[in-house]
Design a protein around this ligand. Structure first.
Ligand code: SF4
Length: 155
């Protein structure tokens, strides 16, 4: 089974109430080859919500207590991000996920690049919190862009 970001499946769960529909991924859902998950909703957020970024490091640093996830207005939401990551990990185990396709740049789902914590649209290399946890537990996490490039090798 493939675990995918809900927003890539077309669900309007992004912070601003939109989706990031990827047609290859929604096709996988229709074929029952993939299951959608949104770590932020699992952590307790609702839609819409404030945008948030990782301050002072990357997803691994958040898991290790060395960095925080902060909303644009300054509220510390680190614990909810960590909670969502652990629930997502449990979900991945329940469905025997073989690969995870997550939305790039998200502070939860980013798997190569995330925003730099200054809310200025600048990106840096790094994992989001959930991707970091899933990778630490041996799961293969790729972005929708990597998935598009290697579609035939994965399916
Ligand atoms: Fe999409 Fe992940 Fe953000 Fe949820 S947490 S809206 S699945 S990128």
């Amino acid at each position: 089974m493939i675990l995918v970001s809900s927003c890539l499946a077309g669900l309007k769960v992004r912070y601003n109430g939109t989706h990031s529909l990827d047609h290859k991924i929604s096709k996988l859902i229709k074929e029952h080859k993939a299951i959608p998950v949104c770590p932020e909703l699992l952590g307790g957020f609702s839609t819409p919500r404030e945008p948030a970024e990782i301050i002072g490091g990357n997803g691994e640093d958040v898991l290790d207590g060395k960095a925080k996830v902060i909303e644009k207005s300054g509220k510390d939401v680190t614990e909810l991000y960590i909670k969502g990551a652990y629930i997502t990990l449990e979900r991945a185990k329940e469905v025997n996920a073989t690969v995870v396709v997550f939305k790039e740049y998200s502070p939860s789902c980013g798997s190569s690049m995330i925003y730099n914590g200054e809310f200025i649209g600048e990106k840096i290399a790094g994992n989001g919190v959930t991707s970091a946890l899933l990778k630490r537990n041996g799961l293969r996490v790729i972005s929708e862009e990597q998935f598009a490039d290697s579609f035939d090798g994965i399916i």
